[in-house]
Design a protein around this ligand. Structure first.
Ligand SMILES: Nc1ncnc2c1ncn2[C@@H]1O[C@H](COP(=O)(O)OP(=O)(O)OP(=O)(O)O)[C@@H](O)[C@H]1O
Length: 247
Protein backbone atom coordinates (compact mmCIF):
# COMPACT_ATOMS: atom_id res chain seq x y z
CA UNK A 1 0.00 0.00 0.00
CA UNK A 2 1.07 3.57 -0.71
CA UNK A 3 -0.04 5.80 2.16
CA UNK A 4 -0.36 9.48 1.22
CA UNK A 5 -1.97 10.95 4.34
CA UNK A 6 -0.97 9.35 7.63
CA UNK A 7 -2.52 10.80 10.77
CA UNK A 8 -1.44 8.78 13.76
CA UNK A 9 -3.10 9.27 17.18
CA UNK A 10 -3.19 13.07 16.88
CA UNK A 11 -4.44 15.04 19.87
CA UNK A 12 -5.02 18.81 19.69
CA UNK A 13 -6.24 21.14 22.45
CA UNK A 14 -7.17 24.81 22.15
CA UNK A 15 -6.71 25.83 25.77
CA UNK A 16 -9.22 23.66 27.65
CA UNK A 17 -11.05 22.53 24.50
CA UNK A 18 -10.18 19.05 23.25
CA UNK A 19 -10.54 19.35 19.45
CA UNK A 20 -8.89 16.05 18.44
CA UNK A 21 -8.47 13.05 20.71
CA UNK A 22 -5.96 10.52 19.36
CA UNK A 23 -7.42 10.77 15.83
CA UNK A 24 -6.01 8.23 13.41
CA UNK A 25 -6.63 8.22 9.65
CA UNK A 26 -4.72 6.77 6.72
CA UNK A 27 -5.60 7.58 3.13
CA UNK A 28 -3.88 5.78 0.27
CA UNK A 29 -2.54 7.55 -2.81
CA UNK A 30 -5.14 8.28 -5.50
CA UNK A 31 -8.15 7.96 -3.19
CA UNK A 32 -10.91 10.45 -2.39
CA UNK A 33 -11.85 10.29 1.29
CA UNK A 34 -14.91 12.15 2.59
CA UNK A 35 -14.68 13.50 6.13
CA UNK A 36 -18.00 13.63 7.94
CA UNK A 37 -18.83 14.96 11.38
CA UNK A 38 -21.04 17.44 13.16
CA UNK A 39 -20.08 21.08 13.77
CA UNK A 40 -17.21 21.21 16.21
CA UNK A 41 -16.21 17.57 15.66
CA UNK A 42 -12.68 18.65 14.70
CA UNK A 43 -12.71 18.55 10.88
CA UNK A 44 -11.01 21.91 10.33
CA UNK A 45 -8.54 21.14 13.11
CA UNK A 46 -7.66 17.86 11.41
CA UNK A 47 -6.99 19.72 8.14
CA UNK A 48 -4.86 22.29 9.95
CA UNK A 49 -2.89 19.52 11.68
CA UNK A 50 -2.28 17.82 8.31
CA UNK A 51 -1.12 21.17 6.88
CA UNK A 52 1.14 21.77 9.87
CA UNK A 53 -0.83 24.90 10.78
CA UNK A 54 -1.66 23.61 14.26
CA UNK A 55 0.82 21.61 16.25
CA UNK A 56 -0.51 18.40 17.83
CA UNK A 57 -0.04 17.93 21.58
CA UNK A 58 0.54 14.27 20.77
CA UNK A 59 0.71 12.02 17.73
CA UNK A 60 2.25 12.43 14.30
CA UNK A 61 1.25 13.41 10.76
CA UNK A 62 3.09 12.58 7.56
CA UNK A 63 2.23 13.35 3.94
CA UNK A 64 3.79 10.85 1.55
CA UNK A 65 6.38 10.27 4.26
CA UNK A 66 7.23 13.96 4.78
CA UNK A 67 6.39 16.19 7.73
CA UNK A 68 3.48 18.60 7.13
CA UNK A 69 5.81 21.61 7.08
CA UNK A 70 8.10 20.01 4.50
CA UNK A 71 5.13 18.93 2.36
CA UNK A 72 3.61 22.42 2.56
CA UNK A 73 6.86 24.16 1.65
CA UNK A 74 7.53 21.80 -1.26
CA UNK A 75 4.02 22.40 -2.58
CA UNK A 76 3.05 18.73 -2.28
CA UNK A 77 -0.07 19.60 -0.26
CA UNK A 78 -2.69 22.28 -0.86
CA UNK A 79 -5.59 23.44 1.30
CA UNK A 80 -8.95 24.84 0.21
CA UNK A 81 -10.09 26.60 3.41
CA UNK A 82 -13.60 27.22 4.67
CA UNK A 83 -14.89 30.49 3.24
CA UNK A 84 -15.05 32.02 6.73
CA UNK A 85 -11.28 31.61 7.07
CA UNK A 86 -10.50 33.85 4.05
CA UNK A 87 -10.37 37.67 4.00
CA UNK A 88 -12.37 38.26 0.82
CA UNK A 89 -11.80 42.04 0.97
CA UNK A 90 -8.08 41.59 0.38
CA UNK A 91 -7.08 43.31 -2.90
CA UNK A 92 -6.18 40.15 -4.81
CA UNK A 93 -7.47 39.01 -8.18
CA UNK A 94 -8.40 35.42 -9.00
CA UNK A 95 -5.19 35.18 -11.01
CA UNK A 96 -3.13 36.47 -8.04
CA UNK A 97 -4.53 33.75 -5.75
CA UNK A 98 -3.85 31.01 -8.29
CA UNK A 99 -0.33 32.40 -8.89
CA UNK A 100 0.32 31.94 -5.14
CA UNK A 101 0.33 28.22 -5.91
CA UNK A 102 3.45 28.86 -8.01
CA UNK A 103 5.45 30.63 -5.26
CA UNK A 104 7.26 27.41 -4.36
CA UNK A 105 8.42 27.15 -7.98
CA UNK A 106 9.75 30.75 -8.12
CA UNK A 107 12.86 32.35 -6.70
CA UNK A 108 12.92 34.79 -3.78
CA UNK A 109 11.86 37.66 -6.06
CA UNK A 110 8.63 35.80 -6.88
CA UNK A 111 8.75 36.98 -10.47
CA UNK A 112 6.48 34.71 -12.55
CA UNK A 113 8.14 33.07 -15.54
CA UNK A 114 6.48 31.72 -18.65
CA UNK A 115 5.98 28.28 -17.10
CA UNK A 116 4.25 29.87 -14.08
CA UNK A 117 1.91 31.92 -16.25
CA UNK A 118 1.08 28.88 -18.36
CA UNK A 119 0.38 26.77 -15.26
CA UNK A 120 -1.97 29.48 -13.90
CA UNK A 121 -3.78 29.85 -17.23
CA UNK A 122 -4.18 26.08 -17.48
CA UNK A 123 -5.51 25.79 -13.89
CA UNK A 124 -8.00 28.62 -14.49
CA UNK A 125 -9.22 26.89 -17.60
CA UNK A 126 -9.68 23.59 -15.79
CA UNK A 127 -11.91 25.22 -13.15
CA UNK A 128 -13.73 27.28 -15.83
CA UNK A 129 -12.64 30.65 -14.44
CA UNK A 130 -10.47 32.01 -17.28
CA UNK A 131 -12.90 34.83 -18.00
CA UNK A 132 -12.84 35.93 -14.32
CA UNK A 133 -9.04 35.97 -13.95
CA UNK A 134 -8.82 39.71 -13.27
CA UNK A 135 -11.74 39.99 -10.85
CA UNK A 136 -11.14 40.80 -7.17
CA UNK A 137 -11.82 37.63 -5.16
CA UNK A 138 -14.57 39.24 -3.03
CA UNK A 139 -16.67 39.80 -6.17
CA UNK A 140 -16.98 36.08 -6.90
CA UNK A 141 -19.89 33.76 -6.16
CA UNK A 142 -19.45 31.06 -3.50
CA UNK A 143 -18.73 28.38 -6.09
CA UNK A 144 -16.26 30.58 -7.99
CA UNK A 145 -14.40 31.30 -4.75
CA UNK A 146 -14.00 27.59 -4.07
CA UNK A 147 -12.89 26.92 -7.63
CA UNK A 148 -10.26 29.66 -7.31
CA UNK A 149 -8.63 27.80 -4.42
CA UNK A 150 -8.89 24.46 -6.22
CA UNK A 151 -7.11 26.15 -9.15
CA UNK A 152 -4.35 27.30 -6.78
CA UNK A 153 -3.78 23.64 -5.81
CA UNK A 154 -3.75 22.57 -9.45
CA UNK A 155 -1.27 25.31 -10.45
CA UNK A 156 0.89 24.31 -7.50
CA UNK A 157 1.03 20.72 -8.74
CA UNK A 158 -0.11 19.48 -5.32
CA UNK A 159 -0.41 15.71 -5.01
CA UNK A 160 -2.46 15.93 -1.80
CA UNK A 161 -5.48 18.22 -1.71
CA UNK A 162 -7.47 19.05 1.43
CA UNK A 163 -10.87 20.69 0.98
CA UNK A 164 -12.84 22.06 3.93
CA UNK A 165 -16.53 22.06 2.98
CA UNK A 166 -16.08 22.93 -0.70
CA UNK A 167 -19.82 22.54 -1.37
CA UNK A 168 -21.10 24.93 1.30
CA UNK A 169 -22.90 27.86 -0.32
CA UNK A 170 -22.15 26.50 -3.79
CA UNK A 171 -24.65 26.09 -6.64
CA UNK A 172 -25.18 22.79 -8.44
CA UNK A 173 -23.08 23.75 -11.45
CA UNK A 174 -20.05 24.61 -9.35
CA UNK A 175 -20.58 21.48 -7.24
CA UNK A 176 -20.62 19.33 -10.38
CA UNK A 177 -17.51 21.11 -11.76
CA UNK A 178 -15.62 20.63 -8.49
CA UNK A 179 -16.68 16.95 -8.17
CA UNK A 180 -15.61 16.18 -11.74
CA UNK A 181 -12.27 17.93 -11.18
CA UNK A 182 -11.56 16.07 -7.95
CA UNK A 183 -12.31 12.74 -9.59
CA UNK A 184 -10.03 13.60 -12.51
CA UNK A 185 -7.24 14.67 -10.14
CA UNK A 186 -7.60 11.43 -8.15
CA UNK A 187 -7.48 9.33 -11.30
CA UNK A 188 -4.26 11.20 -12.16
CA UNK A 189 -2.85 10.04 -8.79
CA UNK A 190 -3.74 12.88 -6.39
CA UNK A 191 -5.01 12.07 -2.90
CA UNK A 192 -8.00 14.06 -1.72
CA UNK A 193 -9.52 14.57 1.73
CA UNK A 194 -12.76 16.51 1.62
CA UNK A 195 -15.08 17.46 4.46
CA UNK A 196 -18.75 17.80 3.67
CA UNK A 197 -22.14 18.04 5.29
CA UNK A 198 -23.70 16.87 2.03
CA UNK A 199 -24.22 13.23 2.91
CA UNK A 200 -26.34 12.61 -0.20
CA UNK A 201 -23.47 13.50 -2.54
CA UNK A 202 -20.86 11.46 -0.67
CA UNK A 203 -21.31 8.00 -2.26
CA UNK A 204 -20.94 9.49 -5.74
CA UNK A 205 -17.91 11.63 -4.90
CA UNK A 206 -15.82 9.61 -2.48
CA UNK A 207 -14.13 6.20 -2.60
CA UNK A 208 -14.19 6.06 1.19
CA UNK A 209 -15.41 8.06 4.16
CA UNK A 210 -14.36 8.72 7.74
CA UNK A 211 -16.65 9.65 10.60
CA UNK A 212 -15.08 12.14 12.98
CA UNK A 213 -16.03 13.05 16.51
CA UNK A 214 -12.75 14.25 18.03
CA UNK A 215 -11.48 10.80 17.00
CA UNK A 216 -12.12 8.80 13.86
CA UNK A 217 -15.08 6.63 14.87
CA UNK A 218 -15.22 4.76 11.61
CA UNK A 219 -13.42 4.62 8.27
CA UNK A 220 -14.77 2.55 5.39
CA UNK A 221 -16.85 2.74 2.24
CA UNK A 222 -19.33 5.66 2.11
CA UNK A 223 -22.16 3.12 2.29
CA UNK A 224 -20.78 1.58 5.51
CA UNK A 225 -20.04 4.92 7.14
CA UNK A 226 -23.46 6.35 6.25
CA UNK A 227 -25.38 3.50 7.89
CA UNK A 228 -27.96 4.87 10.34
CA UNK A 229 -26.34 3.30 13.38
CA UNK A 230 -23.00 4.92 12.52
CA UNK A 231 -24.54 8.33 11.89
CA UNK A 232 -26.36 7.99 15.20
CA UNK A 233 -22.99 7.71 16.90
CA UNK A 234 -21.67 10.86 15.29
CA UNK A 235 -24.74 13.05 14.87
CA UNK A 236 -27.68 11.84 16.97
CA UNK A 237 -31.09 10.68 15.79
CA UNK A 238 -32.27 13.74 13.85
CA UNK A 239 -29.79 13.36 11.01
CA UNK A 240 -30.65 9.70 10.57
CA UNK A 241 -34.21 10.56 9.56
CA UNK A 242 -33.05 13.29 7.19
CA UNK A 243 -30.38 11.14 5.57
CA UNK A 244 -32.47 8.02 4.95
CA UNK A 245 -32.80 8.80 1.24
CA UNK A 246 -29.02 8.79 0.88
CA UNK A 247 -28.57 5.33 2.34
N1 LIG B 1 -8.81 28.87 17.48
C1 LIG B 1 -9.60 28.20 18.35
N2 LIG B 1 -9.60 28.53 19.66
C2 LIG B 1 -10.38 27.85 20.54
N3 LIG B 1 -11.17 26.82 20.20
C3 LIG B 1 -11.21 26.45 18.92
C4 LIG B 1 -10.43 27.13 17.92
N4 LIG B 1 -10.66 26.54 16.72
C5 LIG B 1 -11.55 25.55 16.96
N5 LIG B 1 -11.88 25.49 18.27
C6 LIG B 1 -12.79 24.53 18.91
O1 LIG B 1 -12.31 23.22 18.62
C7 LIG B 1 -13.39 22.35 18.32
C8 LIG B 1 -13.22 21.78 16.90
O2 LIG B 1 -13.37 22.85 15.97
P1 LIG B 1 -13.24 22.64 14.40
O3 LIG B 1 -13.34 23.98 13.77
O4 LIG B 1 -12.04 21.82 14.12
O5 LIG B 1 -14.55 21.77 14.09
P2 LIG B 1 -15.28 21.48 12.70
O6 LIG B 1 -15.67 20.04 12.73
O7 LIG B 1 -14.45 21.95 11.57
O8 LIG B 1 -16.59 22.38 12.83
P3 LIG B 1 -17.52 23.01 11.65
O9 LIG B 1 -18.24 21.85 10.99
O10 LIG B 1 -18.45 23.89 12.43
O11 LIG B 1 -16.63 23.77 10.72
C9 LIG B 1 -14.66 23.16 18.51
O12 LIG B 1 -15.14 22.93 19.83
C10 LIG B 1 -14.20 24.59 18.34
O13 LIG B 1 -15.03 25.47 19.08
Amino acid sequence: MNTAIDVNAVTVHYGDVLALDAATLRVEKGRICGLVGMNGSGKSTLFKAIMGLVKPDAGTVTIAGDTPTKARRSGAVSYVPQSEDVDWQFPLSVQDVVMMGRYGHMGMARRPRKADKLAVADALERVELSEHAQRQIGQLSGGQKKRTFVARGIAQGATTLLLDEPFAGVDKRSEATICALLKQMASDGATILVSTHDLHALPDLADEAALLMQRVLMHGTPQEVLRPENLALAFGLDVINRSEDAL
